[in-house]
Design a protein around this ligand. Structure first.
Ligand SMILES: [Ca+2]
Length: 178
């Protein structure tokens, strides 16, 4: 019995130690996780445009999630789908082609290598097939309803509708830890 208590206490200590590395201003709750060398804050119910979400992450010196590997993609998709039960959800990540149309760049300035766009989305000409570029769709999100594939969406509002529709979605902030 004592050993169970000790193990449980150790796990709790380990868990809180990990989260202590995250920016102190961020609420410690089930939406904050440490994975690899980063803290991830999953904003599932507070929906924001890409611009608003990016600014919120920057408040604590973070970025939207920089999904530069299949490993990180798998982790984020798994959390969104299974931990946060968001099967139809979409979540902004830190990738856009705002500066130069059809040239996607991560928020930290690195160019695109690994990518997970759905067919017909994102880069206009890829081995997945050619399609026209999307000048009105410059910001990228993970689409949980499409097995976590990425789609490019309008960053702030969708001008295609008769009444402009704000593009507010869930988002994931990433904070590097030492
Ligand atoms: Ca675009």
């Amino acid at each position: 019995m004592l050993s169970i208590v000790v193990v449980a206490a150790s796990l709790l200590t380990l868990c809180s130690c990990q989260l202590e590395k995250c920016p102190s201003a961020i609420t410690r709750d089930q939406y904050l996780q440490v994975h690899g060398d980063s803290c991830f804050m999953f904003s599932i119910y507070r929906l924001r445009t890409h611009t608003e979400a990016k600014a919120e992450c920057a408040t604590n010196k973070g970025t939207l999630a920089l999904v530069k590997s299949q490993e990180l993609q798998d982790y984020l998709y798994d959390q969104l789908l299974h931990t946060y039960k968001s099967p139809l959800g979409k979540a902004w990540i830190g990738l856009d082609d705002v500066a130069v149309e059809d040239k996607f760049v991560w928020e930290d300035g690195t160019s695109l290598a690994y990518q997970n766009f759905a067919p017909g989305e994102g880069i206009a000409n890829t081995t997945q097939g050619a399609h026209s570029a999307h000048p009105n769709e410059d910001c990228v999100l993970i689409d949980v309803s499409a097995q976590g594939k990425w789609r490019d969406f309008p960053c702030d509002a969708n001008p295609l509708f008769l009444f402009t529709a704000e593009e507010r979605h869930a988002f994931v902030c990433q904070y590097k830890i030492n």
